[in-house]
Design a protein around this ligand. Structure first.
Ligand code: NAD
Length: 251
């Protein structure tokens, strides 16, 4: 399905990004794996190679603009082009409401969860635009759709949706699509009982009001399947859309 395609996956060292990278690699794509933990990326690379695919590891902190540029440049240097960009790297914000979200925390979350998407996509479009081809898949969250997470995270993930729709408008009909996958709670390193224990409990319980919290969680393969659909040519006529993948949690 992805033969001869070149893909970038940020945050590919674990969770949803790792599962997506493996799925793209298995489907025949050459995959550039970007994250901070190079040892973890090397493991993912080995797994992709064992599946018969090609991979490249790029050590990068997406909160740094130079590193965002590096991800794109190293991918093009190694594989010659970029067909698919999955902006997945992200952190959660501990469900802090605005009054308990300090300025440094706001900056850190917005930088990693929103500004990085702007920076990496802007660089990647320099190559997608002349090729008249691109599949950009941005990972937002139900927090971006419903505002039911911390202030910085909800704002960043809503920003990702707005930016995606805006990119979709710019390139509509020109071979470049831009869509969002919005995961609900999904067991990964970002969503462990230890991490949940650090959440602002009072605000988190307000956020969960009205949610179907008894339902099972979606898993990383559910998220990767949705991401790979948007990344595929089956989705060539779909752009500017958000797909919530949450087992019905938010219904
Ligand atoms: P994860 O912690 O397993 O993966 C996050 C990845 O992002 C890791 O590879 C991490 O190293 C990378 N990352 C974080 N900060 C980075 C930085 N500054 N530079 C480079 N890489 C960085 O968690 P996940 O659940 O797989 O998260 C993937 C995406 O899904 C995130 O954008 C997250 O907001 C979103 N999401 C997750 C859930 C969930 O419940 N797991 C729900 C909604 C949205």
């Amino acid at each position: 399905m992805f033969n001869n395609k070149v893909a970038i996956v940020t945050g590919a060292s674990s969770g949803i990004g790792k599962e997506t990278a493996l799925r793209l690699g298995k489907g025949g794509a050459s995959v550039a794996l970007a994250a901070r933990r190079i040892d973890r990326l090397e493991e993912v690379k080995k797994q992709i190679e064992a599946l018969g695919g090609k991979a490249l590891c790029i050590e990068a902190d997406v909160s740094k603009r130079d590193d965002c540029k590096k991800i794109v440049e190293e991918t093009v240097k190694a594989f010659g082009k970029i067909d698919i960009l999955v902006n997945n790297a992200g952190i959660v914000d501990k469900h802090r409401p605005i009054t308990r979200c300090d300025y440094d925390w706001w900056d850190e979350v917005v930088n990693i969860d929103l500004t990085s998407v702007f920076n990496i996509t802007k660089e990647a479009l320099r190559y997608m635009e002349p090729a008249h081809y691109g599949r950009i898949v941005n990972i937002s969250s139900i927090g971006g759709v419903y505002g039911n997470s911390g202030a910085a995270y909800s704002a960043s993930k809503a920003g990702v949706i707005g930016l995606s729709k805006n990119i979709a408008i710019q390139y509509a009909g020109e071979g470049i699509t831009c869509n969002c996958v919005c995961p609900g709670p999904t067991p990964t390193e970002l969503n462990t009982p230890d991490k949940i224990a650090t959440f602002d409990e009072e605000f988190a319980s307000k956020c969960n009001k009205g949610m179907n919290t008894d339902l099972p969680f979606a898993d990383v393969s559910d998220q990767a399947a949705a991401i790979c659909f948007f990344a595929s040519d089956d989705a060539r006529a779909i752009t500017g859309q958000c797909l919530v993948v949450d087992q019905g949690w938010t219904l």
